[in-house]
Design a protein around this ligand. Structure first.
Ligand SMILES: Nc1ncnc2c1ncn2[C@@H]1O[C@H](COP(=O)(O)OP(=O)(O)OP(=O)(O)O)[C@@H](O)[C@H]1O
Ligand SMILES: [Mg+2]
Length: 375
């Protein structure tokens, strides 16, 4: 950021007063679609005929930057002194406080738990795509696979089976595995395929806490946790021990899955973790031959529970063959088919999550963050 602010962008002269006034006016009229606020002006200079701007928003928003820039470009280009406009964005992602005064993690600004009451609703698929979407928006992102019994994150991120994480020089920490621009950690990286997972509750939450606290995450804005399916003791303990900033509940529109989603929302309510919203997965089937859309599992259920439980519907993902095939192939939709309508839905949900986190859990004074070392 320093380089951006004080490096090449400062090579030009300050904007002439009239041009600065034009910019101020255009900026004042601009509202981002989530927080309804104007981007902040970090720097504005003129080099030759090129206006150079550095703007910032408090969340990653690469996907809408172009749309936000358009009226600014237009206003500046209307001035005869300007022939080109060069805009650079800074995503000023803050560390949001955690509920119940749990100490935060030094290297992780925000932790997002992705949960579902029921197994098989597409939680892991949704988690990896949302994580990739958040990274595509411009954030540094990690994924923790907390599904001890059925870890699938590594495979979905194309991590070769048998990959082991390196350890830190002092042998105290695991170094997360990098793939598709994400850092990830999973039980799958520590066990081999033949290790039977016959652990009881306390061992599972112990192992998870260890994964969380003994992984040397490298400066993450967001860490997504793919929670184990269900809303039992393991999930509850985890929610209590991990400094989660906010949660997302994934459901399908079937009645049973919706009931389970309610349990998920209630679980997070119990431990004071804000539920940022519900993602309805496989909500409509798009025929890959004719494009016909059919609501195989019913319609509008996610919307209904979101409003009943005072939370939001973050988005609907279709039941689409490509989503399954791409995740199975270790190249999830957002990574491999970035312009597809599904990828754009994940991107939109990611921005909603990022903005939904802002100001959550704030109870007066800011809570200091300390780093958790081993116990
Ligand atoms: N929107 C979708 N369209 C088509 N297939 C999907 C979609 N979402 C997920 N799937 C497929 O459904 C299956 C289950 O998805 P996934 O493994 O993500 O579910 P899960 O909730 O994490 O399951 P578990 O409870 O076992 O952890 C996978 O084969 C996945 O590829
Ligand atoms: Mg899963």
């Amino acid at each position: 950021m320093f380089e951006k602010l004080f490096g090449k962008k400062n090579a030009g002269e300050p904007l002439p007063a009239t041009l600065q006034a034009t910019l101020d006016k255009a900026l004042a009229q601009l509202k981002d679609p989530y927080l309804q606020q104007a981007p902040a002006q970090e720097a504005a200079t003129l080099q030759g005929n090129t206006a150079q701007l550095v703007l910032s928003l408090p969340y990653p928003a690469a996907g809408i930057a172009g749309q936000l820039e358009a009226p600014l470009r237009e206003a500046l280009l209307a001035d005869s002194a300007v022939e080109a406009v060069d805009i650079e964005w800074i995503w000023q992602i803050a560390r949001n406080s955690t509920p119940r005064n749990l100490p935060g993690m030094a290297e992780v600004k925000n932790i997002i738990a992705v949960a579902s009451g029921k197994g098989g609703v597409g939680k892991s698929t949704t988690t990896v795509n949302l994580a990739l979407a958040m990274a595509a928006e411009g954030a540094r992102v990690g994924v923790l696979d907390a599904d001890i019994y059925g870890p699938s994150i590594g495979q979905m991120l194309g991590v070769a089976s048998g990959t082991r994480p390196d350890s830190s020089d002092d042998e105290q920490y695991f170094i997360p595995v990098e793939s598709l621009g994400l850092q990830s950690m999973s039980m799958a990286y520590l066990i081999d395929d033949n290790t039977p997972m016959v652990w009881r509750g306390p061992m599972v939450s112990g192992a998870l806490q260890q994964l969380l606290t003994q992984t040397k995450w490298d400066g993450l804005d967001y860490l997504f946790i793919d929670m184990p399916p269900g809303t039992g003791d393991i999930q509850l303990t985890l929610s209590q021990k991990v400094p989660v900033t906010g949660s997302v509940v994934v459901t399908t529109p079937q009645d049973i899955a919706l009931l389970d989603a309610i349990k998920g929302i209630e679980m997070f309510n119990k431990v004071d973790i804000p539920v940022l919203g519900v993602v309805e997965n496989m909500s409509v089937h798009i025929c890959s031959n004719c494009g016909h859309a059919e609501h195989i599992f019913g319609e509008g259920g996610g919307e209904k529970i979101a409003s009943q439980y005072g939370t939001r519907m973050l988005g609907n993902l279709p039941l689409a063959l490509e989503i399954r095939q791409q995740a199975d192939a270790g190249q999830p939709t957002v990574a491999t088919d970035a312009d597809s309508s599904s990828a754009l839905i994940y991107r939109e949900i990611a921005r909603q999550i990022a903005t939904g986190l802002i100001g959550k859990n704030e109870q007066g004074s800011a809570i200091p963050s300390i780093s958790i070392v081993d116990d």
